[in-house]
Design a protein around this ligand. Sequence first.
Ligand code: UDP
Ligand code: MG
Length: 132
Amino acid sequence: MERTYIMTKPDAYERGLIGEVISRIENKGYKITDMKMMNLDEAILKEHYAHLADKPFFPEIVTYMTSGPVVGMIVEGQNVVTGMRNIMGPTDGLEAASGTIRGDFAHNKNENIVHGSDSVENAEIEIKRFFG
Ligand code: UDP
Ligand code: MG
């Protein structure tokens, strides 16, 4: 069964939206097979966001992602990588359609509630990164 790595971000914790994200995953028919709350540090964020580490806004990502706890999850289901990206919506909450997590709860591309792996290959790398 295909797996993906989903992670609620610190704004989801702060705003009390962790349950909302979990409900949407479960309502879609996917299975959460492991879950843990963590506080991330800059080193793991440099790995996880390696494609953004040389961007001028990377320090803001670190400030945001270390501002509170995240909840990492392994989510399983048929075509779950694409399916989760669909129910999350695109990166920018302003562009994300209503009905998606980001469209309903985010309004910019910085603080957007949830992370989801962008490919099957990266999902396995991210699951290893956060669950060992
Ligand atoms: N991000 C940001 N500004 C940008 C692009 C990305 O603050 O211009 C943050 C945002 O929180 C995003 C994360 O970096 O979710 C990872 O970016 P990516 O392009 O991988 O988007 P995602 O896969 O999360 O949709
Ligand atoms: Mg990404």
